[in-house]
Design a binder for this molecule. Sequence first.
Ligand code: CP
Length: 333
Amino acid sequence: MTEMKLSYAKNSEVAGVADKNTTVWTKKDLLGLEYLSKEEIELILDDAESFKEVLARPLRKVPTLRGKTIVNLFYEPSTRTRISFELAAKRLSADVINIVKEGSSIQKGETLIDTGRNLEALKADIIVVRHNCSGAAMMLSRALNISVVNAGDGWHEHPTQALLDIFTLREKLKNIRGINVSIIGDIAHSRVARSNIWGLTKLGASVTVCAPKELIPSGIEKMKVKVTDSIDEAIKDADAINVLRMQFERDEAEAFPSKIEYFRTFGVTEERLKKAKKNIIVMHPGPINRGVEMAAEVADGANSVILEQVTNGIAIRMAVLYLVAHAKKGKLV
Ligand code: CP
């Protein structure tokens, strides 16, 4: 941590420009990693490093977003993402309001755009939205002048999850370029997989996706990933594995008749990890289905960084909220 970054973390008036990164953030929204450059991703990661230092202080709070109002608008269940965004906003001294489907006018049939426009009229500055429809965050961002942050839209993207995954990898391995990351599980339904693929490949990692054939989306190779349906193959040369929740509730293809069958064929077990690199990093975005995609001993084992991912999510979301709130007009330099 350099002197400049420390002073930035203490003083919100410096515009997110770290010494090793002269990128200026110009986007009012964060909709997906597909739409970010390598430099913009690195800017978020660098700023998150500064905010992680803030979170290590006895007083874990900075006045950066004092006077701003952030609304968490969640149409789908969430534990980690919603609480993490709320904590991030509070650590930045913003006012936070949480809206979930139950108990709001969404239940009376109000549209996403109408809800967004009303929140804008109520002078919200940033809406963090999770929605079951792919493209919901982008649609909202086009309808509003205020910032929109995508907290997961359908099967499309979950950018802050991928950012915290990549941040955790960068902490552990120092560099993303050249590392091998295998994403294992329900690729077809996974916004986490898509965001990780965009982010990791832009930063120079080699990505393998591993799933039953029915759960590999057609054309995934165009995203510059290797594809396998062998779990042993996916684990063999990996520096890290990111194991996805098997989304049985969305599995129309019924790729597997039972959870036991899935675990037998694709579950990450201690036995399977014996053939992996000794220091392989084991990640999972949560929530975990223990004994389905991953054995409990692996989730709680020495190679697991699952709870570190959760902790890092706060710093990442602080960086994202900070950057969209301070977006500069103009081109990247
Ligand atoms: N990883 C993740 O998105 O978890 P939640 O659904 O609990 O937010």
